[in-house]
Design a protein around this ligand. Structure first.
Ligand code: AKB
Length: 319
């Protein structure tokens, strides 16, 4: 390599993942480490798990001073900001949820601007949609009137991401994740959590009581596809990205009755019953199906898993 080419090359990624012990964080951190090397990816979270792999630092996302120190100490130049409280848990303490979800993001965006970071990833969600949003084949740009504080914080977060891109040129990228289903980790405090719990219950107890009604259709995605979408979006050249608030993203949509029937194809003795709670109202305010044609056009997004292939893979791994 010539001296000149050394100078024009971008520095190697040095990635910070916040919320690295969460459902998506655990899997994404592992994939990023496979791609960039273990030491290139620093996991941070407010708690440490027995399975947490070093390098790891404790981080309360509201501690801006500590976040700044970590960025400086580890020479961070990219952030995947996953730390957040989800839709159902968020309703127990709305102001705390707003503080963590929105002020945590603002700290990340502003430090990323200050330290001239290469890229930032912000996960948004189908929870930004609400009762004014068309629920079938929801388009990229639609009215947003979210019903949860989680949805409000993510919809506002999308606007801030767009603002930091337009005002400061910060290369921030974002996806509206549907419910994510994976065998590697458990979700905590979401409305779509039933679609993971059902697999564990089917294998262990052959029975599951669902907290949503049997015909509640929601957009969902297998973890492998969610990780692929995230890494593909972060890899694509900046000029391909037309959406700086957040891309619609879709793979499959199903109801509790449909996933139960699919599981019964593998475990015929499995049975499901229904006992809807407050999460039913949250789910009813979200879209049923999503139009993700802008993501497909801009960076060739396409999922690999549907309900049948996901169910088989989940059961194969969890067995
Ligand atoms: C939740 O249910 O809160 C999350 C989401 C759809 O963002 N899984």
């Amino acid at each position: 390599m010539t001296n000149q080419s050394k100078h024009i090359m971008k520095p190697e990624p040095k990635i910070l993942v916040t919320g690295a012990n969460g459902q998506i964080g655990r899997v994404l951190t592992e994939e990023l480490r496979i791609k960039y090397g273990t030491n290139a990816v620093l996991a941070t979270d407010i708690t440490k798990l027995s399975v947490t792999v070093e390098p790891f630092e404790f981080l309360d996302i509201l501690n801006v001073q500590r976040l700044r120190e970590i960025i400086i100490d580890h020479g961070i130049n990219q952030i995947y900001h996953l730390a957040a409280i989800l839709s159902a848990n968020g309703e127990w303490n709305p102001l705390k949820t707003w503080n963590i979800n929105l002020n945590g993001l603002l700290s990340v965006l502003d430090l990323a601007r200050e330290f001239n970071m290469q890229k930032v990833f912000f996960p948004s969600t189908i929870a930004v949609f609400g009762t004014t949003t068309p629920r079938i084949n929801t388009a990229q740009d639609v009215p947003l009137l979210p019903s949860t504080v989680y949805g409000i914080s993510k919809a506002t977060g999308e606007l801030w991401c767009n603002y930091y891109f337009k005002r400061y040129g910060l290369d921030v990228r974002s996806l509206r994740y549907p419910g994510i289903i994976g065998w590697q980790s458990l979700p905590a405090g979401g409305t779509t959590d039933y679609a993971v719990e059902i697999f564990h219950a089917a294998l262990k107890d052959k029975q599951y009581t669902c907290f949503l009604k049997e015909d509640t259709r929601l957009p969902m995605m297998y973890m492998d596809d969610a990780i692929k979408a995230t890494i593909d979006l972060m890899e694509v050249p900046s000029e391909h990205i037309s959406i700086r608030y957040s891309y619609n993203l879709a793979a499959m949509s199903f109801t509790p009755a449909e996933i139960a029937a699919e599981i019964q194809n593998h475990i015929p003795e499995f049975s499901i019953s229904y006992d809807p709670d407050f999460r039913q109202d949250i789910a009813a305010s979200w879209s049923e199906t999503i139009d993700d044609s802008v993501a497909r056009k801009d960076w060739n997004w396409a999922p690999n898993y549907d309900l049948a292939s996901m169910t088989k893979d989940m059961l194969d791994h969890l067995k």
